[in-house]
Design a protein around this ligand. Structure first.
Ligand code: G3P
Ligand code: CA
Length: 236
């Protein structure tokens, strides 16, 4: 196992690369994912759906911030999206490309279904089909801030690993997570100490915190995992 720089918890807390090794590589790109692999237990990424119904790995609903193009992902075909450049040399990956990389590794993949602005009808089935084509169902955790997406995901995929995304936890976050048989809550560090945090102690749900980029921001108590842009800062 990797050596952790996580005093005093050592190897007990897992490290997930947030959008890949996004501190040193363009976020959500194959180079960011590949660069993270030697250092991490898991990789987190974001998916949206193109006009022609393909799953693409990009954080925002629009391509403006991370590529040389402009417009909404949902209004562009995969072919149009693939022509865009990220930092001059990278392209927006398809989910399948990343699954191919993950298949050749042993890390966990956390796919965040980015359905906060658009519901992307059918995204749940598309994502589950893609993961199963690579036989990665047991190494992929699906998360979303959108509860309706998670409910549909559970309907589509009775055995899928699910995580509820929240900012700092609400009074019903834990009961919702149990209802959909999630395995974890993914939350910001301020989740620690919240009412939901008290509730989660009575359950078998895991806690994974995002996004922690500095040792001083580590939680005061061990959690299952942290997600970071700075993967080398926490491993050696
Ligand atoms: O999945 C955790 C975290 O990635 C959620 O926020 O905006 O970075 O996708 P965001
Ligand atoms: Ca995310």
């Amino acid at each position: 196992r990797l050596m952790r720089r996580l005093p005093p918890w050592g190897n007990d807390m897992l490290i997930y690369a947030h959008r890949g090794y996004s501190a040193n590589y363009p976020e959500n790109t194959l180079s960011a994912f590949e660069a993270a692999l030697p250092y991490v237990d898991g990789i987190e990424l974001d998916v949206q759906v193109s006009k022609d119904g393909r799953l693409v790995v990009i954080h925002d609903e629009s391509v403006d911030r991370t590529t040389n193009g402009t417009g909404w992902v949902k209004d562009m075909t995969l072919q149009e999206l693939r022509q865009l450049k990220i930092d001059g040399y990278e392209r927006i990956p398809t989910l399948e490309e990343v699954l191919g990389l993950i298949e050749r590794s042993n890390v966990t993949l956390n796919i965040e279904l980015k359905t906060d602005q658009y519901a992307y009808p059918g995204i749940e089935r598309l994502a589950w089909l893609a993961v199963n084509e690579f036989e990665l169902g047991d190494r992929v955790v699906f998360s979303s801030f959108n509860r309706e997406t998670l409910v549909r995901m559970r309907d589509v995929a009775p055995v899928a690993r699910l995580a509820v995304l929240t900012l700092t936890g609400e009074s019903d976050t834990v009961s919702f997570a149990e209802t959909i048989r999630a395995e974890a809550i993914h939350a910001q560090p301020a989740f620690i100490g919240s009412i939901a945090w008290e509730q989660i102690q009575q359950t078998t749900l895991e806690t994974r915190l995002y996004t922690i980029n500095d040792v001083k921001d580590l939680p005061p108590i061990a959690v299952s995992a942290i997600m970071t842009d700075e993967v080398e800062r926490f491993t050696k």
